[in-house]
Design a binder for this molecule. Structure first.
Ligand SMILES: [Zn+2]
Length: 410
């Protein structure tokens, strides 16, 4: 990708209406465009990051047997009424002009839709277990859409649902999903804390959240310094400095961002929507279900909150929009050659080929956009030299061009 061809541009000024660091850098870097409060367009750079996060999630969900599918955004009333979730405040209702009453809601969770689909295919215990997921935009009515992409009205989410013949089987899968979630977050550069949380209006039981410690987080959690056992403030009796209920460690109060959650939904949805199966003895039983969510934009925003400096984003290589940010300084023919070499060898590279920008502006853009490795080719260097700098480090070195391939292992 050549910067001269990119239709978006970086912005020097911090947007006045965004307090959150993630939104400030994403907007200034040309990753996202704010259309409305809590509603953002993913621009070419932002979409590259989001797709990398999506692919990491896909790989890990496929490894635990998840089958990818895609369900409608418009969810008809008949699906949500049996579970008493039709007129919940979280929904945005889609109203046709000719109708006085809304008959569709913009989907904010898809338990009902997939459970209804499953009734056509599940008859016997032999049809279980299975799990299916989608990566799709979700819509939630947020009274105060703030914190940039941490709390949006429309956002991309991976939602996986699992279907089981028994509670024990769900419990086993729940553990597998938990391990898969740790891997997803680790691969995205996040250190997630598995946290016991309240069930809220969706389920009576406890649920589990994956929280990332960050000052801007809207959640407060209590984390053991020894075993990492954690509880959300909404359910806990713990206080800062208490002893951990699982070991002798000390509990610390921490602000955090919720990046994922998993729910044991039991038979609530299957009973409401008629999803039953015949067990080995010919007895009719409701299917036991779990639900597992990850917000992709929120993962993206959280990475920025925990990995930036005052100049811009510091992406982990796994989700960076490009691995290399190549800069050409002064008139030279060598930078184009390096770009072509990188491009042909499959290295993802953004190439600042603009001739009307100063070195300072180009360096500032590279820091703002935050790709892991910066390469500079300048008219002042000899033909076989190239300057190399990691975004996460201060050190700049000039090396032989024939040797830089070994720096490209991520
Ligand atoms: Zn502990």
């Amino acid at each position: 990708m050549k910067v001269s061809k990119l239709f978006t541009k970086t912005i020097r000024e911090t947007p006045a209406d965004e307090e959150a660091i993630n939104a400030q850098f994403l907007m200034r870097g040309g990753f996202v465009f704010k259309n409305s409060a809590g509603v953002y367009s993913m621009l070419p750079l932002g979409l590259r990051v989001l797709q990398k996060i999506a692919n990491i999630i896909r790989e890990e969900m496929n490894l635990i047997g998840g089958q990818e599918m895609f369900m409608p955004t418009l969810v008809e009333k008949k699906y949500m009424e049996p579970t008493n979730r039709w007129d919940l405040e979280v929904g945005y209702f889609a109203k046709a002009k000719s109708e006085k009453e809304a008959s569709f809601v913009l989907g904010w969770s898809h338990e009902e839709v997939l459970t209804s689909i499953a009734t056509k295919y599940v008859n016997s215990y032999k049809d279980l277990p299975f799990s299916a997921y989608q990566i799709q935009n979700k819509f939630r009515h947020e009274a105060r859409a703030k914190s940039g992409l941490l709390r949006g009205r429309e956002f991309m989410m991976k939602d996986l649902y699992s279907f089981h013949a028994s509670q024990e089987d769900l419990d086993d899968y729940y553990e597998k999903a938990r391990e898969a979630y740790y891997k997803v977050f680790k691969r995205c550069g996040l250190d997630a804390i598995y946290t016991v949380a309240a069930g809220g209006v969706f389920t009576e039981k406890f649920t589990h959240e994956f929280q990332v410690a960050a000052e801007v987080g809207e959640d407060t959690i209590y984390v053991c310094s020894e075993c990492k056992y954690a509880e959300n403030k909404e359910i806990t009796k713990l206080a800062d400095g208490n002893s951990c209920p699982k070991c002798s460690g000390k509990v610390k109060e921490t602000q955090s961002i919720e990046v994922g959650n998993i729910f044991d939904n039991g038979t609530r949805y299957s009973e409401a929507l008629g999803l039953y199966f015949m067990d080995e003895n010919g007895n009719k039983k409701p299917v036991v279900m779990g639900a597992y969510g990850i917000g992709l934009g929120r993962v993206m925003a959280t990475v920025i909150e925990v990995s930036h400096d005052d100049r811009g984003i510091i992406w982990p290589a796994s989700i960076a929009p490009f691995k290399v940010h190549l800069i050409s300084l002064g008139k030279n023919t060598e930078a184009e050659k390096v770009y072509n070499e990188l491009h042909e060898s499959g290295v993802e590279v953004i190439y600042d080929d603009r001739e009307d920008k100063s070195a300072g502006e180009k360096f500032a853009d590279a820091d703002l956009i935050g790709c892991p490795l910066r390469l500079v080719v300048s008219a002042k260097m000899s033909e076989d030299e190239i300057e190399i700098k990691k975004r996460s480090e201060k050190e700049v070195s000039v090396i032989k061009r024939s040797e830089f391939a070994k720096h490209l292992k991520f």
